[in-house]
Design a protein around this ligand. Structure first.
Ligand SMILES: [Fe+2]
Length: 334
């Protein structure tokens, strides 16, 4: 398996995950041979990278902790919720709640899973994938911090809906990289607007997550400039998960984790950053890593207890690295 830029993918490779449209339709199935017509279509959709198999016999999981079913349903519900916000209609609380129950089940069913994928986003699906990733990471962090099931559900809801206020801001939903100063001023309002919408249908904890996920420990965040103890743990968790998920648009996981650690305790709570480091793969699936002996291998599976490393020249040559030997990895090279 490889994680490759589109221009390096050739017609003898196979798609390693389904491609899902924002309306929830499956556009391409996992295992599809990537003909030039498909590649052209994906390029038009502004995909820049894909996970690919080099042999149809490969079956490594590169879709993260969510099943396609929950991912599809969640995207559909989030899209509908954004439309409802614009149309000033109330949110469908029972439906959202139902989807979040499914998400929690997917995320929590295996104790040893971590957030292990390099996410594939396009400007069109950015907000959906970002929201789902932040929800998954936040739930894993909450479990790591030994929160109760009810608290995990509120965190999942708040994380899933944390950027709902962006429904009002046209330029906000598509941005992947840095924004202009003008955009930034405008976008800051999404926190308060999200709070106002969520307050009507959900608990204060959930609404507060939307309002407070950009607050920082030293009071430098927005909208209120809250600091330290005034920011609830649930909002701190989603704030850190959101910062990480935003950073990995430009950084590798290991680099983003190092940056967040460096900015703690000033911006981020150390206990919460520690939880993040425990639930996110340092080298996610698809990373090419160099071992201390100089050999290069592709990460094809990773958990809290072990990692599977594939020889890129000999696909059946796999190296299983137990957690005690993770230090044999010198660095990520691709
Ligand atoms: Fe946000």
């Amino acid at each position: 398996m490889k994680f490759l830029p589109l221009k390096e993918i050739s017609e003898d490779m196979f798609l390693a995950h389904a491609v899902i449209g924002n309306d929830g339709r499956v556009l391409l199935n996992k295992g599809t041979r990537l003909t030039s017509a498909y590649l052209h279509r994906l390029e038009k959709m502004e995909y820049t990278h894909l996970y690919v198999y080099e042999s149809p016999a490969e079956d490594w999981n590169c879709t993260g902790l969510l099943s396609d079913r929950i991912r599809i349903e969640a995207i559909r519900v989030l899209r509908e919720s954004l439309i409802r916000v614009v149309e000033r209609k109330p949110l469908d609380e029972p439906l959202i709640s139902f989807i979040i129950e499914g998400l929690l089940k997917d995320v929590l069913q295996q104790e040893d899973r971590v957030f292990d994928i390099i996410d594939i986003k396009t400007p069109d699906n950015y907000l959906y994938n970002h929201s789902l990733n932040v929800a998954v990471i936040s739930v894993l962090m909450g479990r790591q911090l030994q929160l109760e099931q009810e608290e995990l559900k509120e965190i999942a809801l708040g994380a899933f809906l944390h950027d709902l206020g962006k429904a009002h801001i046209k330029t906000a939903t598509k941005k992947i990289h840095a924004l202009s100063v003008n955009d930034t001023v405008h976008i800051k309002q999404h926190t308060t607007r999200g709070f106002e919408t969520l307050q009507a249908s959900f608990s204060l904890t959930v609404a507060n997550i939307a309002n407070q996920h950009h607050e920082r420990e030293d009071g430098s965040g927005y909208p209120l400039g809250l600091s330290g103890v005034d920011i609830p743990l649930s909002s701190k968790i989603v704030g850190v998960a959101n910062a990480f998920e935003t950073m990995v648009a430009d950084l590798w996981n290991d680099q983003a984790l190092e940056r967040l650690t460096a900015e703690s305790p000033a911006k981020y709570n150390p206990k919460v950053v520690r939880a993040l480091r425990q639930v996110v793969a340092f080298y996610p699936v698809g990373s090419v890593v160099e071992l201390t002996d100089g050999e290069q291998r592709v990460v094809v599976a990773v958990s809290t207890t072990k990692m599977m490393l594939q020889n890129p020249k000999q696909l059946s040559d796999l190296l299983e690295l137990p957690v005690e030997e993770f230090s044999r990895i010198a660095k990520r090279v691709l």
